[in-house]
Design a protein around this ligand. Structure first.
Ligand code: TEU
Ligand code: CA
Length: 534
């Protein structure tokens, strides 16, 4: 028997760029409410909201200054209640983002923590320096050291992300008590679960120096430690078990073995893997290399075979757009966007669609750093400059990997600002919005969006697609063929990740094809995806 969060499809909203309702250029809750009908029509059963809490926006919501309120830029608590009610009318569940590795440095806990005598001192991780040097050699995810000196305190505090995102200290039991209250606060309102931000790094086993690594020195001291498992078990037992909800962990650097350790006794219900996201990377996400479909297929296959239930995704607010990365922005834009849809919705697991993915939105077309808002991009750009990268090379890194690729406003129509706002958008709209927008696709039966809708419906009606076993059939340079099977029935999925035709001598009745072909004859067109009933 599948759980409801296994049956449904999740749609991720990054609220700031979704839909503005009041002309201030910033997406908001009323904007989301106004689009629920379209999401329902698409077949979405769960919405995951990236953080909507008050935040100074150093990391656009992932730096939280109050866990129990709504960012006034997005609306009020009343708006949130309305969103819950309107979603429920449409049988859509709402999932919140839970960011508990760190808070904002503007959170009152941290403000008080800067006073050495405050009871909040131990909410964070403070240490004296080693002479003029930080307490250890750890590096932060956004580049630079993981420690910042605070004049007022005369000590350093740990931050695995920006210096405005101090890490919480889970050795202090009061911190976990606060977190439990936050969970109950939202669950009692009716939210259906949490996407747990960098949840596998919340426990630091020691603060010893890290061994050498190309980035993130110190990782071995905080990645998936026993203390983290203990905390998650406690949250499960004392809070989550009393509600009908699910959790999905954003679990950086996770292996399938680690994943199973989180899933075994339901410390988390699902985890996001990052391995398949490395299919076009060399060592670091900043060094993009030619995309190799084979690497993508191998990573996905490994996770399909070794983990019982996956959280499948090709995009989110941290990743470049999938059609630009794994497909083709040019001649085969439409076919490749549809191919990626087939991949996402025919793997075993819960599919996560990121806003705009369903209309094939592409990477941004910005021309300079002044248009980039993301702190990580700016930090890395500066770092690359210090390392002596020429300006053109620095810009290339940003273009290929910046998180802002996925953060441009959703393209609703061909009107001003793509229908996102009547004011000035907080970040640039991609200039391709006249060609790529929802309105143009909504009633076109052959659009990318209609194809997503068909696939979501197909998955909903197919026990094989939802629960059938996965079997890899062929992984070669540009072909990925796999089977889903159950009780003697099977579906074969054929994907051609290339601009060339390809021979793929398999047989079956066509269930679905992005070329709308009536029958299959053993050859795939460029970027063709076919599902065959065997
Ligand atoms: O991301 C964690 C993370 O490690 C990366 O995916 C991150 O985006 C970065 O690219 C690493 O180089 C989560 C959130 O999804 C992200 O938006 C936040 O910035 C981050 O945690 C901190 O809360
Ligand atoms: Ca607004």
């Amino acid at each position: 028997m599948l759980k409801w969060w296994q049956e449904r499809v999740v749609y991720q909203i990054w609220p700031r760029s979704f839909q503005d309702s009041n002309g201030d250029g910033i997406g908001d809750l009323q904007g989301i409410i106004s689009r629920l009908d379209e999401l329902k029509d698409l077949g979405v059963g769960i919405i995951w909201l990236s953080p909507i809490y008050p935040s100074p926006n150093v990391d656009y919501g992932y730096d939280i200054s109050d866990y129990k309120a709504i960012n006034p830029e997005f609306g009020t608590m009343e708006d949130f209640h309305q969103l819950l009610a309107e979603a429920e009318k449409r049988d859509i569940k709402i999932v919140m983002d839970l960011v508990i590795n760190h808070t904002s440095d503007q959170h009152p806990w941290f403000q008080q923590s800067r006073d050495r005598t405050s009871p909040y001192r131990d909410y964070y991780i403070w240490r004296p320096g080693r002479g003029r040097k930080p307490p250890n050699n750890w590096g932060s995810f956004f580049g630079g050291p993981a420690w910042t000196y605070d004049e007022q305190s005369g000590e350093y505090y740990l931050h695995l992300f920006a210096k405005n995102q101090p890490d919480l200290n889970y050795r202090n039991p009061r911190v976990l008590e606060e977190v439990k209250e936050v969970l109950r606060f939202w669950l009692d309102k009716g939210v259906a679960g949490f996407r747990c931000d960098v949840i596998n790094i919340i426990w630091k086993s020691s603060l010893a120096n890290g061994k050498w690594r190309p980035a993130l020195k110190g990782l071995e001291h905080y990645l998936a430690q026993e203390g983290c498992h203990r905390i998650l078990r406690e949250l499960r037992r004392e809070v989550l078990d009393s509600y009908d909800c699910f959790t999905v962990g954003e679990t950086v650097f996770i292996t399938t073995k680690m994943a199973n350790e989180f899933l075994r006794s339901r410390e988390l219900d699902m985890v996001f893997s990052f391995e398949h996201m490395a299919a076009d990377e060399l060592l670091l996400k900043w060094f993009k290399t030619k995309f190799k479909p084979e690497r993508l297929a191998r990573a996905l296959t490994k996770w399909q075979l070794e983990v019982p239930w996956n959280a499948n995704y090709l995009e989110n607010h941290d990743q470049p757009r999938s059609v630009s990365r794994f497909g083709d922005e040019g001649e085969f834009w439409e076919q490749s966007a549809k191919l990626l849809a087939v991949l996402l919705l025919t793997l075993k697991g819960t599919p996560f669609i990121y806003q705009g993915q369903e209309i094939g939105m592409t990477n941004f077309d910005f021309t300079g750093m002044d248009q980039i808002k993301d702190i990580e991009s700016h930090n890395v750009y500066r770092l690359a400059k210090r390392l002596g990268f020429p300006a053109s090379a620095r810009w290339k890194l940003i273009k290929a990997s910046s998180r802002d690729n996925a953060r441009t406003p959703v393209q609703w129509n061909a009107g001003p600002n793509a229908g996102f706002t009547t004011g000035t958008p907080w970040i640039g709209v991609n200039s391709n919005y006249k060609r790529i927008n929802l309105e143009a696709q909504l009633h076109d039966p052959h659009s990318v969006r209609s194809f997503y809708k068909r696939l979501i419906a197909l998955r909903a009606s197919s026990d094989i697609l939802k629960a059938g076993a996965f079997e890899a059939v062929q992984i070669s340079r540009s072909l990925f063929v796999y089977r889903r099977k159950m009780d003697g029935n099977s579906l074969l999925v054929l994907l051609n990740f290339s601009k060339e035709e390809a021979a793929a001598p398999y047989r079956g009745e066509v269930v679905l094809s992005n070329y709308e072909r009536p029958s299959y004859t053993g050859r795939l067109q460029p970027y063709e995806a076919v599902v065959l009933q065997e």
